[in-house]
Design a protein around this ligand. Sequence first.
Ligand SMILES: [Cu+2]
Length: 80
Amino acid sequence: MRPQQRYKKGVNMNTKSYYISNIHCSHCVNTIETELCDLNGVHEVSVNLETKQVDITYELPATEEIIIKTLREIGYPPQE
Ligand SMILES: [Cu+2]
């Protein structure tokens, strides 16, 4: 059985996970969350300090390209 979709609204809702090796403290977590949540179309950002994993739920006008570009600009280049 397929898992239920978390969001009914937004047919093009996507969730992507990235590994960001230089996340090292709560300041990094806050910076990433704040900057990504500011992007139009980003619905949810979850940063795990232990695993250095960032989960991002988004839809248009946010795109993977914009998210990656933003992360690079703020000094946290992601590895998928
Ligand atoms: Cu830090």
